[in-house]
Design a protein around this ligand. Structure first.
Ligand code: SAM
Ligand code: SF4
Length: 475
């Protein structure tokens, strides 16, 4: 693979591979993590500067216990400074598990004969969406295997179906996608259906490992996948989500790969990714990978903290793959979005939760089976503001995280009030009496915390309107 380093003209770097393993290993092997340097870097990050590859490598090389604690503390402080206490909630909705790829970590892979294959019909998709709206969800990510049936037109149609569902007071207001890479016209077709973020995880940025675990299908083409979200951006999709599947290769290399991906987008498209995901490999039907690179809990907390510091303005997603205690812990270090009430089984939301997962019908095992209402209640009682806000996306304010980060006062003027308004909607329509009381107490505390002049009168007025039955109010 030819690598197009940063010194190349931007025109020459569009849709071209950007990962140079020698460059990454050069930093990881050579930079030293002395105390002064680590502290300088944390400070730069707290001043909201995106870190370079070299600076990220310094943090990754810190091994002293106290220094690691300082890094975690830095991430916690940054999270508080940039995002406040808001946590955005969403749910994944699996549309179909047909797949022509052969990814050794995935239950849906083509060689897995024990999988029950299905694609939701229009009525089933409507039933799933209705069940999710009934939980209180407003934001979904639709997930698909890679298969000729799941063409851009098919995906666009499923997005339109989901947006079309109205149920009691609710509807889905933002549909994100996790699906295979397409060409530019394909991405354009999907964009036209009004999607939010298009997520594609590189899985591993280490090409030899990539070739070892992707044994067949289009996904075996490392470069096609690496450049996928460039094509999405060429097609006009501004919000893209990157990710790496931790456990395939050295976690420090993958963090560097993610940061290099961010640098690439910033250089070529002038905006970083909307979100970063960092799934750890979970059990799946006939999982077939070496376990040499599994990431321990303590390393996982470190990697999330370092990513937070390295890319201060990017949303970070932590899913129900992780058990509740890890999710609760990691929320503090920089996560801004989590899923709730997750059910990976095709058709599972309308069937209702089963006692145990049936891995022949699901992509992998999840470890947090809390319902959305349990998670909402816990977030509220821990002082977080659960948010279903979709205002920026719907007002065309794409690149919203960048605004939060770069426009002074944006969070207080828009994000927090909008989060509180969506919380009030949830409390009115879906919460138990106990949660409702705790939720309105929290809203009162948070309104008082907003300084004068931050539209608190208008906010109180809008919350009053929500209480008397109006919906979908935002700034
Ligand atoms: N088929 C699309 C693709 O491969 O891009 C959709 C992706 S898949 C449904 C969503 C993500 O789940 C994958 O990109 C991968 O990172 C992750 N995944 C797959 N198997 C997993 C496992 N056993 N444990 C945890 N995450 C897994
Ligand atoms: Fe198919 Fe995606 Fe699973 Fe790979 S990760 S087998 S592409 S569903």
């Amino acid at each position: 693979m030819i690598y197009y380093p940063e010194k190349y003209r931007i025109e020459d770097r569009r849709m071209k591979p950007f990962i140079d393993p020698d460059e990454i290993w050069g930093y990881l092997k050579n930079v030293k993590a002395d105390k002064t340097r680590v502290r300088e870097i944390i400070k730069a990050s707290l001043d909201k500067k995106r870190l370079s590859l070299e600076e990220t490598a310094v943090l990754l090389n810190a091994s002293d216990h106290d220094l690691i604690e300082e890094i975690k503390e830095g991430a916690r402080a940054l999270k508080e400074k940039v995002y406040g206490e808001r946590i955005v909630l969403f749910a994944p909705l699996y549309v179909g598990d047909l797949c022509t790829n052969n990814c050794q970590y995935c239950g849906f892979r083509s060689s897995n004969k024990g999988v029950q294959r299905m694609t939701l019909s229009e009525n089933e998709l409507i039933a799933e969406t209705t069940a999710l709206i009934d939980q209180g969800h407003k934001r979904l990510i639709l997930v698909y295997g890679e298969h000729p049936k799941y063409s851009p037109e098919f995906i666009a149609e499923t997005v339109r179906i989901v947006y079309g569902v109205r149920h009691k007071n609710g509807e889905i207001r933002r549909v994100n996608i996790n699906a295979a890479p397409f060409d530019i016209p394909g991405f354009r077709t999907i964009k036209d259906a009004g999607i939010g973020t298009f997520q594609i995880f590189q899985e591993t940025y280490h090409e030899p490992t990539y070739m070892n675990v992707h044994l067949g299908g289009v996904k075996r083409n490392f470069e096609w996948r690496l450049t996928a979200l460039d094509r999405a951006q060429e097609a006009g999709i501004d919000d893209v989500g990157i990710g790496s599947l931790f456990g395939l290769y050295d976690w420090r290399f993958e963090v560097m790969g993610l940061v290099r991906h961010v640098n690439h987008f910033e250089a070529v498209y002038n905006v970083g990714p909307h979100t970063i995901s960092f799934p750890r490999i979970q059990n799946a039907l006939a999982l077939n990978i070496m376990k040499d690179h599994m990431v321990r809990d303590e390393e996982f907390v470190r990697l999330v903290s370092i990513l937070r510091l390295a890319v201060p303005y990017t949303g970070m997603i932590l899913t129900a793959r992780e058990p509740a205690h890890i999710r609760d812990q990691i929320l503090r270090f920089g996560v801004s979005q989590i899923d709730g009430g997750t059910n990976l089984e095709l058709g599972g939301y309308s069937r209702g939760r089963q006692e145990t997962q049936d891995l022949s019908r699901e992509q992998f095992q999840i470890n947090d089976s809390r319902s959305l209402s349990e998670i909402m209640d816990e977030l509220i009682r821990n002082g977080y503001i659960p948010s279903f806000c979709t205002a920026c996306y719907r007002l065309g304010r794409t690149g919203e995280h960048f605004m939060e980060f770069s426009v002074p006062g944006f969070i207080k003027r828009y994000c927090t009030p909008n989060a509180l308004l969506t919380l009030a909607e949830y409390l009115e329509d879906y919460a138990s009496e106990d949660t409702k009381k705790a939720g309105y107490d929290l809203i009162e505390v948070k309104i008082r915390e907003l300084k004068k002049g931050q539209k608190t009168d208008k906010l109180r007025e809008k919350i009053g309107k929500v209480r008397s039955g109006e919906r979908d109010l935002y700034f």
